[in-house]
Design a binder for this molecule. Structure first.
Ligand code: FES
Length: 90
């Protein structure tokens, strides 16, 4: 799921089991939206354009062609709400 927060940043929210993770909704390879990709139960998110794979827990690259991680943001679930920590200035 893609959401846009104040300031225009697009985030990809990824749910694995009962956990939710937030990564920048932009592949580090060619800036394609990661929210269009596919998410596995192993926390791996595959970009739909060229197939790079990222771990949604820390944004690390698990498979090329991407060679740079994607930004991740802290998430807190509370009373049915999803809170995402966005650093000031991003
Ligand atoms: S844009 Fe994601 S792998 Fe190329």
């Amino acid at each position: 799921m893609s959401v846009t927060v104040d300031g225009g940043e697009r985030l990809c929210l990824a749910r694995v089991g009962g956990e939710v993770f937030a990564v920048r909704d932009q592949c580090s390879h060619a800036e394609y939206p990661l929210s269009d990709g596919s998410l596995g139960s192993d926390y791996q998110l595959e970009c739909a354009l060229h197939g790079a794979v990222f771990d949604v827990r820390d944004g690390s690259v698990k498979s090329p062609p991407a060679d740079e991680p994607v930004a991740t943001y802290p998430v807190k679930l509370e009373s049915g709400w999803i809170w995402v920590g966005i650093p000031q200035g991003e």
